[in-house]
Design a protein around this ligand. Sequence first.
Ligand SMILES: *Cc1c(COP(=O)(O)O)cnc(C)c1O
Length: 364
Amino acid sequence: MNRPILASIHTAAFQHNLGRVREMAPKSKIWSVIKARAYGHGFEAALKGLASTDGFALLDIEDAAWLREHGWKGRILLLEGFFHENELSRAAEFACDLVVHCDAQVDWLEGFKWKYHQPFNVFLKMNTGMNRLGFKPEAYRTAFHRLHAAGYHMHHMTHFSNADQVDRLPSVASQQELFNKTIVGLEGVTSLANSAAIMWHRNALGDWVRPGIMLYGASPTGLYADIQHANLQAVMQLESEVIDVQELEKGDRIGYGGRFEATGPMRVGIVACGYADGYPRHAKDGTPVWVANNKQGVICPLVGRVSMNMLAIDLRNAPEAGVGTSVQLWGDKVPVDDVAMMSDTIGYELLCAIRHEYLLLLSN
Ligand SMILES: *Cc1c(COP(=O)(O)O)cnc(C)c1O
């Protein structure tokens, strides 16, 4: 690919962020969550940067196969278990741990002849109020006993709806209380906390934490201040270049719909990156873009609607910038959370949408 767009993945930042999780949850083991191709960062980078994790949690058995082929010998957790019975022998072959969240899975597991393999470690998922996946407390104990009787190693899991907000229901405390009450007397370890719980609910961590977004240096709430406070680093840096410069007069407008109108003479830089590349089309005027401006970096605001493969920036802060000048759309100089906030979404969505062919692995 010749267009000057690149998402460089800094594996040292992965190591740093994983180290921060260990400091915040010193008594817990870590499932590093790498669903959605490691939140858009690619499995290769995740395997390299997060090699000292205790396990990887993901969704697709084919991705588990990839990890095994590339030498991962630690634990793997399939976060939604299996989607059909015919995946079970491969899950056993790759020594995956399974989340089990519904009766159909329990039926299939009872019928599965695991005796040719090791029995699975099962993290049985309790629905404590999120109402997405999992068993309600009454059904939970029944499912637990059925799988226990079938010879599986049983553990406990739930997921919080609101670990990043204080005033929403159900609360972390209510979910945690229901979870603890339901597993009384049952053997097995526990897994509860996503990034938000690790950052803000240190009494709700459990034996295995499940950080996702914080490993990538973005915030569960979308506020960059959280990232600074937790001392996390951006892993992905999305970079491109100015490919044209337009000189505007007062009253000139930019791009589709003419959303931005110049109030006086100004230089506008056209950057090779648009919504087809993963930059949000809904980014508002003023969304920050970092521009190299002859080695002295400055922030220049986005102006006008984002196109399929281009966007425009106000170069009044960057008089030295011209064709070929480097820009950073997000990364260490522009928090992805700030771009997301200006686009009415969260960093998760932006990171996941980056095209695989733009990824470049860097070890610093
Ligand atoms: C995605 C996911 C996580 C990680 O969530 P973050 O908010 O990215 O930390 C943890 N647990 C489960 C079950 C998930 O699906």
